[in-house]
Every structure is written in structure tokens, then in C-alpha cells.
Design a protein around this ligand. Structure first.
Ligand SMILES: NC(=O)c1ccc[n+]([C@@H]2O[C@H](COP(=O)([O-])OP(=O)(O)OC[C@H]3O[C@@H](n4cnc5c(N)ncnc54)[C@H](O)[C@@H]3O)[C@@H](O)[C@H]2O)c1
Length: 444
């Protein structure tokens, strides 16, 4: 991307018109909680808690100036009233039925929203059982060739846009975690990938076909799961070619969110770490999918890398060289979406004296993920209107495994990520970036 391609402040394209939010995994827990939640907020029944775009503020200029607008009043974001929802799933349920099955939201709320939710129905999915062993795909596209499947997805997008009178779209992958797939030659360049499409290469996952369809339609793509999807050189190249922003991967919620809040604090105070054991019980459909070793491996890699990057054991070998980091996910149906997570953190302090921290987080996975989907949809649409394309590193704040340009390491510290995000907004709106030195208040 060239600096002159970036549109700033008044040159950023307007957010007017309807924004289509397309979700592979439309009938899942995260998608339904997000969509029902936006409608509840639009009807004034609840607050969009957890959403930075809706609740967050941004300081501008010096502390003495008192300029602290809400982010949504500072940058031109699509308004909640202008969002329209669509997508794909391997289950044909309309969103009213899907919401009831997901059992995240209270029945009363779902009943109140019945007309709205019942009117949204997925398109049949692009699905391959090899990538999600624990789900049976019933409602899937008939085409078998990848190129035909991509055309079918594009036809769905056109149909959705026409029926909903939509001006712009974004796509956010909220589908199940796909089985672990290492980077192969077919992923390493766009030429290889496009050859692979022609011969239906088995190493091209369904999520990559959605991403290909989106990017070649000029639609920004966000990956909420840990599967590679757009985090491969081929699709990064495609996004740059079509000047489309992309971001991923794996929404940062629950246990990993807490890890990226606590670990930077331990490191900031130069306390040592011996081990971090994280385990949780989870009973929703996501838990069922992750009960399969191939899908769990994709998730485990995403969850484990976080500590290495935050603690920098190569820079601080005395403190973090041999950290034993173990992550477990246990499928336990009685809990549904209400996950319970335990962390045992073995730390050491002054003169090597040992201490322990225990965290018991009784969270709700989809309640934490829904505002993340909302923010990502709004921010990536904003990015496109500001002329940004390719990897959107400033959105790392929302991911367990943030995508970065080759040769860079990802930034995992939540507070650095937030500063990066807000400074990007200040930069795009021609405000001074804030370094927090604060010396200027004292030096004459
Ligand atoms: N909830 C969280 O806190 C959180 C955090 C990080 C990542 N995620 C990821 O977000 C995704 C969604 O989570 P969830 O709890 O809603 O799971 P879920 O199982 O309830 O929903 C996933 C949906 O995707 C559908 N699906 C599977 N393969 C598909 C395909 N090829 N095309 C279209 N639809 C497909 C499934 O039928 C299901 O309805 C998962 O990959 C999960 O790992 C969730």
C-alpha cells in the first residue's frame, strides 16, 4: 500500500447507505448472539456493552484540552441502523430457531425478536467434512468444483445485495474451526493457489473459498477462527491486488483475553514465570467441534503462541526461558455456552521466591465474542473507505493470533494493541498520535 492511497479525514468515503454483514457460520452461537444483540440495541432494549466502537472514547490532543469524543462520533462509521445480515451455514435454520438452539440468549428476548430473527435464513454452505469431523453438513452446495463453488458464493452475495438494497458488504468468518492445516506450496503464492483451485486441491479449505469469493468481489474479509484462511501469502497477495482489507485470526475472548491482560502486567514488573496451566469446560457446538483432535490442534497453536510473544524469553531468559504452558479445552455439554475456565499461574519474585495466581473465569463465550464481531465489521468497512488494504495490523486488538506482514512478529499485549488501534484512528483523522510521554507538560 502506498501512503498516497490512504484517504484521511474529509477524504474518507462516506458511511452512508446500508452495510451488509455476511457471516459464514450464520446459524452458530456467535453469529446469532451478535445479530440478535444488534437488533436488541437498535430497539433500545439493551446496551452494546463490550463494543469499543459503540461505548469507547478517544482522547485527542493534550490532556488539558478535554477533547474526548466517542469513537463513533470521531470517525465516520456505519450506524447500527444501517446494518443488514446474511450468510451461510450447513444447517438451514432461520435465526430464530438457531438462536433457541444456541441457548445463549434468554428465551424472552429471542421471542421478542422473533419476526426479525425468523426472517434471516442462511444460504447453503461450502463444506467439506474432512475439515470439521464432528459436524454433519446437511445444507450444502451441490457444486463440487472449487471454481463453481466460488461462483455460487458470488451469486449468493449478489442476490443478498439486491434483495437487501445493500451498498457495501464485509464478510466475517464465524464458522467452525477447521482441522489443522500446515502451510503448503499451494498457499504460498496466488499463482499456485489459482492453479490449485482449477484442480480442486485438497489443501484448499472451504474457508479459503469464501475468502477468495469475498476478496474478488471487493469485500473485506475477517477471520474469527484460528484456521489459516486468509493468513496465507496467496490470499494476502489477492487482497493487495484487489485493494481489499483483511484481518485475523481467532477472536480474542475469554481465557486468552485474560492471559493477554495478566501476562503483560507480570512482565512489566519483571516478575518471573515458571508455568501457566489453562483448562476449561465448554458445552456448545464450538466445544463439540474442538473435541476433535484435528480442530483442537488449530486452536491450541493459536492459544499457545500468545505467551511467547508477550514474555520474550529470548530477551529475558532468567525470567521466562522454560515456561511450561499447557492449554486444555474439554467438551462438557451441561455447561452449554457458559464456559468455565481455570488458570494456574506459577510465578516467582524477589530472590526467586515462588508465588501462585489462580483465576477462575465463569464467562460466556458468545457474549464476549458478539461485540468483537460488531467492532470488526464496522472497523474493516471503515478501513476500506479510508483506502487501507491488505493486512490490518491495527485490528490485532481483537485476535489471538494477529496477522502481520512477513518478517514482523505479532503484538499480543492488549494495551499496546489498543494504543496501536487508537493511534491509527488519530492518524487517519489527522490528529496528533499520542505517545504518553507527558514530558511536554513539565518541560518549559
Ligand atoms: N465464542 C468465542 O468466544 C470465540 C472466540 C474465538 C474464536 N471463536 C470461533 O468462532 C467460530 C464460531 O464459534 P461459535 O461458538 O459460534 O461456534 P458454533 O459451532 O456455534 O457456530 C459455527 C457455525 O459454523 C457452521 N459451519 C461450519 N462449517 C461451515 C462452513 N464451511 N460454512 C458455513 N458454515 C459452517 C456450523 O454449522 C455452526 O452453525 C468458531 O470457529 C470458534 O472457534 C469463537
Amino acid at each position: 500500500m502506498k501512503e498516497k492511497e490512504i484517504r484521511k479525514k474529509d477524504d474518507i468515503l462516506s458511511a452512508k447507505g446500508r452495510l451488509g454483514v455476511l457471516l459464514p457460520g450464520l446459524a452458530g452461537a456467535v453469529s446469532t448472539t451478535f445479530i440478535a444483540g444488534v437488533e436488541a440495541v437498535r430497539r433500545g432494549m439493551a446496551l452494546p456493552i463490550g463494543s469499543l466502537t459503540q461505548m469507547g472514547t478517544i482522547r485527542l490532543g493534550k490532556r488539558t484540552e478535554g477533547r474526548v469524543p466517542k469513537i463513533k462520533d470521531f470517525i465516520p462509521l456505519a450506524s447500527l441502523e444501517d446494518l443488514v445480515f446474511g450468510g451461510w451455514d450447513i444447517f438451514p435454520d432461520n435465526l430464530y430457531d438457531a438462536c433457541l438452539k444456541a441457548q445463549v440468549l434468554e428465551k424472552n428476548l429471542v421471542e421478542t425478536l422473533k419476526d426479525f430473527l425468523g426472517s434471516i435464513k442462511p444460504y447453503p454452505a461450502v463444506f467439506r467434512q474432512e475439515f470439521v469431523h464432528n459436524l454433519q453438513g446437511e445444507y450444502v452446495k451441490k457444486e463440487t468444483n472449487y471454481l463453481d463453488l466460488i461462483e455460487a458464493l458470488k451469486a449468493d452475495i449478489e442476490d443478498f445485495k439486491k434483495k437487501n438494497n445493500v451498498d457495501r458488504c464485509v464478510m466475517v468468518w464465524c464458522g467452525s474451526t477447521e482441522a489443522y492445516l500446515p502451510l503448503k506450496d499451494v498457499h504460498k503464492s496466488l499463482a499456485n493457489f489459482e492453479e490449485g483451485l482449477k484442480r480442486n486441491d485438497p489443501d484448499i479449505a472451504p474457508s479459503m473459498l469464501y475468502a477468495y469469493a469475498a476478496i474478488t468481489s471487493g469485500i473485506p474479509f475477517v477471520n474469527g477462527a484460528p484456521n489459516l484462511t486468509v493468513d496465507i501469502p496467496a490470499l494476502i497477495e489477492l487482497a493487495e491486488k484487489h485493494k481489499v482489507p483483511i484481518a485475523g485470526k481467532d477472536f480474542k475472548t475469554g481465557q486468552t483475553l485474560l492471559k493477554t491482560i495478566i501476562a503483560p502486567g507480570i512482565k512489566a514488573r519483571m516478575l518471573g514465570l515458571k508455568g501457566w496451566f489453562s483448562t476449561n469446560i465448554l458445552g456448545n457446538r464450538d466445544g463439540l467441534v474442538l473435541d476433535d483432535a484435528a480442530s483442537f490442534k488449530t486452536k491450541e497453536i493459536s492459544k499457545r503462541s500468545v505467551l511467547d510473544y508477550i514474555l520474550q524469553p529470548d530477551v529475558y531468559p532468567e525470567l521466562y526461558k522454560d515456561v511450561y504452558h499447557k492449554v486444555r479445552i474439554n467438551y462438557y455439554p451441561p455447561r452449554g455456552d457458559n464456559k468455565e475456565a481455570w488458570d494456574n499461574i506459577d510465578i516467582f519474585g524477589w530472590l526467586g521466591y515462588k508465588m501462585q495466581i489462580k483465576v477462575n473465569f465463569l464467562c460466556r463465550d458468545s457474549i464476549l465474542a458478539a461485540p468483537v464481531v460488531l467492532d470488526l465489521a464496522l472497523f474493516i468497512d471503515f478501513a476500506q473507505r479510508a483506502g487501507l488494504y491488505g493486512i490490518q495490523e491495527w485490528l490485532s486488538f481483537y485476535f489471538k493470533s494477529p496477522m502481520v506482514k512477513e518478517g514482523l512478529y505479532p503484538e499480543h499485549d492488549l494495551f499496546i494493541q489498543l494504543m496501536k488501534l487508537k493511534n491509527t484512528l488519530r492518524f487517519l483523522m489527522k490528529e496528533d498520535e499520542i505517545t504518553h510521554t507527558g514530558l511536554d507538560y513539565y518541560v518549559e
